[in-house]
Design a protein around this ligand. Structure first.
Ligand code: AVJ
Ligand code: FE
Length: 450
């Protein structure tokens, strides 16, 4: 957890901001100005838009709101307001050229660090500054856009520009694990009041009664998903919700995004290739399935005689410590993630095999709840009882209302600062370019002993 003395809070905020900036620059310095200004998919902004938007949000919240300083570039606010122009229209705006955007974010950072050097950050300050919240919020915001930019890199055509080692998670013993874990019924504490940098939608903490259920020990693998495909799962409306089937037909879904048939199916285990950050490679059977939409996850679960877990089920499996009755920060306890516990932070550009990271398991023996792939849940994005928008309605509140499904747990693409058992992500149920997979659940069968 971020430390509580002012000096330590200042150091933690500085480290979080600098870490985010290194990642932002790594994702943008690898492409030329034309590629940064181009739109690689109508679903995404030009990378140069994300870059300047990162700076603009930092100017608004750190320089102006926290620092009380005059605006540097008020003229940029409407160009980089995410609600003013849909992504598809952004390339036509009079945006800063990539070199100008780089200079702008660097200038904002100078001012923001001046504010950080002198701002009072103790727990008794105004809630924007207390425990360094607004600095943590802006570091998380930049990291979230770094994930968005990584999605743009995934969609981009052309030779690979990003490179990373394969995950090295130690021995993987998925075959020896029980396929599901029993999470006993009873209340647990969902959400948080005391995680200093938790965002508004994670608050407040509240007790939730969760009946006992079974949860997959590991995320659904490519091998398991290919069994659904081979069984005609994409062709059988029985497995799909009505809205899911309509979308399946209209969008002609027949495999996860970025998959294509191998020309010589005999030569490739399972017969499928995938494009991953500019490289075409065989689909690895043991990896968690990636780039499926909520409708595909829901259909797979029904085909398997199961269902997606609710958000409360997911969070109980990830947080509840049966020994103490407490909710913790991570499946393995309260200590910060390390490379032996979870695949986070864009250290690798793919998930580790299903069953990896035994040290990161929850007390119930559930693995990879944090990192590797985002996990679709059954739940709509909605406020917790007692929710209060903070510090702005457009972070969460405008997305409530049933159009979005919640994803949990973070992926290899997600930074440590923006990942914890309470963190909530959301997207439309048709979205597939995000780094999303899933695991399944079921209730107890009548008379079943566990
Ligand atoms: C939480 C990932 C859905 O990207 O729309 C970025 C994060 N909010 N800028 C998004 C966010 C404002 C948000 N998600
Ligand atoms: Fe944003």
């Amino acid at each position: 957890a971020p430390p509580r003395t002012e000096q330590a809070l200042r150091a933690a905020a500085l480290a979080a901001l600098e870490h985010a900036r290194r990642r932002t620059l790594a994702l943008t310095d690898c492409l030329d100005a034309a590629e940064l200004a181009a739109q690689h998919s109508p679903l995404m902004s030009p990378l140069a838009w994300d870059l300047a938007h990162i700076g603009n949000q930092e100017e608004i919240w750190l320089v102006r709101a926290a620092g009380g300083q005059a605006a540097l570039r008020p003229d940029l606010d409407p160009l980089y307001d995410a609600f003013e122009h849909p992504r598809a229209e952004r390339p036509a705006l009079p945006l800063l050229a990539p070199a100008q955007a780089r200079r702008y974010v660097a200038a904002v950072r100078e001012h923001a660090l001046d504010v950080l050097r002198t701002a009072p950050l103790g727990p008794d300050q105004d809630p924007l500054l207390a425990n360094g919240f607004v600095f943590g919020m802006i570091a998380q915001h930049e990291q979230q856009h770094d994930e968005t930019m990584l999605i743009t890199h995934e969609l981009r055509r052309g030779p690979a520009v990003l490179h990373a080692s394969r995950p090295d998670p130690g021995p993987v013993d998925a075959a020896d694990l029980p396929s599901e874990a029993w999470i006993p019924g009873g209340p647990f504490t969902m959400g948080t009041d005391d995680e200093p940098w938790a965002l508004d939608n994670e608050r407040p903490a509240h007790r939730v009664e969760v009946p006992g259920f079974w949860l997959d020990t590991v995320p659904v693998s490519n091998r398991a998903f290919q069994a659904f495909m081979a069984d005609g799962g994409y062709q059988d409306p029985r497995w799909w919700s009505p809205a899911g089937w309509a979308h399946r037909v209209e969008a002609d879904l027949h495999a996860p995004l970025f998959w294509q048939h191998a020309e010589d199916p005999e030569a490739v285990d399972g017969g499928w290739l995938r494009r991953r950050f500019g490289v075409l490679e065989p689909v690895p059977p043991d990896e968690p399935v990636l780039h499926v939409c909520w409708y595909e996850a829901d259909a797979y679960a029904r085909w398997a005689g199961r269902r997606l877990p609710t958000e409360a089920e997911w969070e109980k499996a990830a947080r509840h410590d049966p020994a103490t009755g407490r909710s913790r920060r991570y499946p393995w306890g309260d200590q910060d993630p390390t490379p032996l516990l979870a695949n986070l932070g864009q250290r690798h550009l793919q998930p580790a095999p299903a069953g990896a990271y035994p040290d990161g398991a929850s007390p119930y023996g559930v693995r990879q709840l944090i990192g590797d792939v985002w996990e679709w849940t059954a739940s709509d994005f909605a406020p917790y009882p007692g929710f209060a928008a903070f510090p702005y309605k457009e972070y969460s509140e405008v997305f409530f209302g049933g159009d979005y499904k919640v994803l949990r747990g973070g992926a290899f693409s997600v930074a440590e600062v923006a990942c914890r058992d309470t963190f909530r992500n959301w997207d439309y149920p048709i979205r597939r370019q995000i780094f999303a997979g899933f695991r399944t659940a079921r209730g107890p069968r009548p008379g079943e002993v566990h």
